[in-house]
Design a binder for this molecule. Structure first.
Ligand code: C6P
Length: 408
């Protein structure tokens, strides 16, 4: 059954606003962050109005209520990615912190000079810079799976890189620029056959596709709540239990310990070992509500809607003379269309369409090496989600024709 988008949009107060008098918002920047539905806003508001207390510390009613709400959110997130147990979901600030957690704990405990990490050319800076930093500190080697002209990973090169001794393969489930949906299961199988650990940056895939951590057999999966209808300030790292248990703690402080003495401490059990200090409690509650909202729709339906929108968007964008869209065809990508318009800087495109209410992102989208690969400094990017409509694509297209008119 197709989604009733008009009905669903009523849940998103932001989508009903005007950016200027008479100019309704056309929000095409969901890859940067999504809008938030009323159940998420209400869950967080209710938490602060009724149950606000610190967690895992008090025995009073509110403290117990808050702790239960926080831990229920973890259960929901665990169920959403099909984690075998709740202890395997670590709450972090965002996908970036999740990747850094793995880099600072698992990688620093296990990798040494000369060890090889395979990344790809389409990675977000969040899945590059932590490994650059490790490489500078430890002398680990980095290799990159190339991106083909049509925006896919070159799996032949990947296979040949795996003939070397590889310790870690870290790659994105879906590119935030090209929209490419990578074959995570297949790449993981190959990496495991070569003896490597696999970290998937799920910042774009978990919000948009059904993602089953067990079926994919990934070792680590990083994602952010704010890209899947939840609040900013919270994300998660899923990890295999044996790896998480063997890893040293990340940050030190309250809650991540069992006992502390003047000269030593004993770390807490999973998942608390990796959650030092007062966490983002209300945000966890909002994250749980976002998961409920997405599950009620069904991730198959989310993906199908985005496929329909991106198919239409590619058709419409590609008919505009001078527009070049990057990345694969619609059947291999999620709801992301990054493009250039001949003779016009991507920032100018974004600024001019904004005068028509159309919110798109311009720049390198924190994937500068990928833009370098294509020999361009920047792109304009339209990105879609469950609330996106074909009429909004039409408004973007009309805006681009206005840009062309202005620039002659
Ligand atoms: N991409 C975009 O506009 P954080 O900021 O930690 O929530 O997510 C980081 C991140 C990691 N990987 C991928 C593939 C991403 O797309 C992002 C965030 C946003 O494309 C903001 S730069």
């Amino acid at each position: 059954m197709p989604l009733d988008i008009a009905r669903l949009r009523e849940d998103f107060p932001t989508l009903a606003r005007e950016v200027r008098p008479g100019v309704p918002l056309v929000y095409l920047d969901s890859a940067a962050t999504t809008q938030k539905p009323l159940p998420v806003l209400q869950a967080m508001d209710d938490f602060y109005r009724r149950s606000n207390a610190n967690i895992h510390r008090g025995v009073h009613t509110l403290a117990e209520e808050a702790t239960a709400m926080y831990e229920q959110a973890r259960e929901k997130v665990a169920r959403f990615v099909n984690a075998p147990s709740v202890e395997q979901i670590i709450f972090t600030r965002n996908a970036t912190e999740s990747i850094n957690l793995a880099a600072y704990t698992w990688a620093r405990a296990n990798l040494k000079k000369g060890d090889l990490i395979i990344l790809t050319e389409m990675e977000h800076h969040s899945n590059l810079v932590p490994w650059h930093m490790l490489s500078a500190e430890r002398g680990v080697d980095l290799e990159f799976v190339p991106v083909t002209d049509d925006g896919l990973l070159d799996l032949d090169v990947y296979r040949s890189l795996l003939t070397r001794t590889v310790r870690l393969v870290a790659f994105t489930g879906m590119s935030n620029v090209l929209g490419t949906i990578n074959p995570v299961g297949e790449m993981t199988r190959l990496a495991h056959a070569a003896g490597a650990v696999v970290l998937v940056d799920g910042a774009q895939s978990v919000p948009h596709l059904p993602v089953d951590a067990q079926a994919l057999d990934v070792d680590f999966l990083a994602f952010s709540a704010h890209k899947m209808l939840g609040p900013t300030g919270i994300g998660a790292l899923y990890g295999k239990k044996s790896l998480l248990e063997a890893m040293p703690p990340f940050l030190g402080g309250g809650d991540m310990i069992k006992t502390v003495h003047l000269r030593n401490f004993v770390p807490n059990d999973l998942p608390h070992k990796f959650e030092a200090g007062t966490p983002a409690i209300a945000e966890a509650v909002g994250f749980g509500a976002a998961v409920d909202y997405l599950e009620a729709i069904g991730m198959e339906a989310v993906a199908a809607h985005e496929r329909e929108i991106i198919t239409y968007a590619l058709e419409r964008l590609e008919e505009i003379p001078g527009v070049k869209v990057f990345g694969p065809a619609a059947d291999e990508k999620g709801g992301v269309a990054s493009f250039t318009l001949e003779g016009v800087h991507p920032h100018d495109v974004a600024q001019i369409v904004d005068t028509y209410g159309v919110a798109v992102r311009a720049g390198h989208h924190c994937a500068q090496p990928l833009h370098e690969k294509f020999g361009i400094p920047a792109t304009t990017r339209a990105s879609f989600y469950i609330y996106s409509m074909k009429e909004e694509v039409d408004k973007l297209v009309a805006g681009i024709y206005q840009v062309k008119k202005i620039f002659g």
